[in-house]
Design a protein around this ligand. Structure first.
Ligand SMILES: NC(=O)c1ccc[n+]([C@@H]2O[C@H](COP(=O)([O-])OP(=O)(O)OC[C@H]3O[C@@H](n4cnc5c(N)ncnc54)[C@H](OP(=O)(O)O)[C@@H]3O)[C@@H](O)[C@H]2O)c1
Length: 192
């Protein structure tokens, strides 16, 4: 089982830790105040931070991230307008992160599942499904197996360019919850 270092201690960091730990993975965290001080020990690194925080983490840890699987979970929303994503049109946060980390295996995952649905393992009556996009098949397998071991469903959603669609889905889900049309414990479910 792979080991994981999660940047962040917030809602998503804790919910993802719960899933991975339930599956038997070793998980540690690097909190905001530890950035630049604590070393990465995991094989897989999860960026459970706001999108604007990613640049600073890469600036501090670029060399340590070489060869690692890096999981981007962000929804790169413009939090001033709540009406657009801040990444270039047609791109995605994950693709932009891959450009900054050409020697890492970047995955997009967890951005379409609210923290509550990771923690409970349910979206309504359905088991929560984590959609995973990325260009490295082995990296995707490591994450998918770890999520399934933790009791959730996980699906390979295709190449990293599918992060564009995953971020669109995550954005839409956020706007629905922010406008109280759905709850933060709900959201999109996947039925096979
Ligand atoms: N919440 C959800 O349901 C959900 C669903 C899908 C995707 N996401 C995405 O998941 C990410 C985390 O969301 P969240 O809800 O877990 O947020 P959160 O509860 O606010 O937690 C954010 C974490 O990031 C840390 N952080 C903030 N700025 C940082 C920086 N410059 N450098 C290092 N660490 C920093 C925070 O530390 P401090 O508190 O000490 O500043 C905190 O530990 C976001 O990108 C969000 O778009 C969230």
């Amino acid at each position: 089982m792979a080991s994981f270092t999660i940047f962040g201690n917030g809602n998503m960091a804790q919910a993802i830790d719960k899933v991975l730990s339930a599956g038997g993975a070793a998980v540690n965290h690097i909190g905001h105040d530890e950035v630049g001080k604590a070393a990465i020990s995991g094989d897989v690194v999860v960026l459970a931070v706001p999108y604007p925080a990613v640049d600073g983490i890469i600036a501090s840890y670029g060399k340590q991230l070489v060869g690692k699987v890096v999981v981007d979970i962000t929804n790169p929303l413009n939090f001033q307008t709540f009406d657009e994503l801040v990444v270039p049109v047609g791109s995605s946060a994950a693709v932009e992160i891959q450009k900054m980390l050409p020697e890492s295996h970047v995955l997009k995952a967890f951005n379409t599942t609210f923290a509550a649905t990771l923690a409970t393992g349910k979206v309504g009556e359905n088991t929560t499904t984590v959609l995973v996009a990325g260009d490295d098949a082995d990296a995707k397998s490591i994450l998918i197996e770890a999520v399934k071991a933790g009791g959730l469903e996980a699906i390979d959603a295709g190449a990293l360019k599918r992060a564009h669609e995953l971020e669109a889905l995550g954005f839409l889900q956020l706007t629905l919850a922010a406008s109280e049309k759905i709850g933060w414990t709900g959201g999109f479910a996947v039925v096979r």
